[in-house]
Design a protein around this ligand. Sequence first.
Ligand SMILES: *Cc1c(COP(=O)(O)O)cnc(C)c1O
Length: 384
Amino acid sequence: MTDRRHGPSTTAIHGVPRRRPEGAPVAPAIQQSSTFVNPVGSDEHILYSRYGNNPNQLEIARKYALLEGAEEAIFLASGMAATALAHLAVLRPGDHLVSSSWIYGGTQQLFDQELGRFGIEITYVGPDQPRGWRQSVRKATRAIFIETPTNPLMRVVDLAPVAHVAREFGLALLVDATFASPINFRPLEHGADVAITSATKYLNGHSDVIAGAVAGSSSLVEEVTRLLRLWGQAIDPHAAWLVDRGMRTLALRMARHNANGLAVAQWAAAHKAFTTVHYPGLPSHPDAKLAKKVLDGFGGMVGLELAGGPKAAARLLQRIKLVTHAPSLAGVETLVSEPRFTSHSGISPKDRAALGIPDGFLRLSCGIEDADDIIADLEEALSK
Ligand SMILES: *Cc1c(COP(=O)(O)O)cnc(C)c1O
């Protein structure tokens, strides 16, 4: 290829820049069509939006693959669809999966409630016990799954030793790096085989789309695409167009999410209302050194523990104005939620506390507003 590699900001806008023909629209058209005109006498190249080969679907897949440094990528109708099909692509009935225990609640339920259908067994490993990866590998083990950075403690998992084990035993390493986006962290650069993202979050970034994506080798993406055609979780062309539009500002938004996350974390760390602030950009974070080494930015997610416990948390949530009490994350607007009622509601208060998520824990997703305004809203909610 004679093309020089472009930076992530350029790539997120253009994919591979091409000279546009005269009269071509600068913004892409939405190909809101389920099907396309076929060549006569051929069963090849059938274009059908459930197949994931609608032009709007292909365009964002190309951009995402470039951003992750992968051969290919495919978009799906949600982050859960991406996680589900990525695992179905690498696991066969009777296989064994080793998973980090620090994962998104929906992913854990998928593993615990659905993979059993295929006789797939799962062993969970706490990433703070790094010997556990190797110790958990069996004859039937085919894959390792990791999420980093984690929800809501923002722990950063070191992929290097896990990738070493995966290579030694010929296992696929799948990594959900939703909380980082490819701007802050690209799993394939650290030995992963498959990157998974909930595009609902930073990739789209405007809290108006549900989508997900998988990136990896051509053969892996081909297998996910084959499954997609049969299991049917294609992304709608309009949603794909919205993701395309969101991705154009991804690098710029991440720079602001990173700056706001750090500013809010530093403010909270100095405020007496909070006992602990979980943010990988703070020196007090258990993974601060690793985070500095492997992340290009610390993101907009901040975990907060209030001195006044759950009552103080409820009071704050009732008084905020700019910051909105809602689940989900990574949009342009700042959101806050309580993991005990959302992502970790299925766990007893005692087990949650053991995980480091006591009642009253708040998970803040810093948007791209002015940091001073986010802080002022929180300050006012605390002070009354
Ligand atoms: C939100 C999320 C998912 C699921 O994504 P959806 O788009 O809601 O299906 C998976 N993993 C992580 C880390 C998430 O934050």
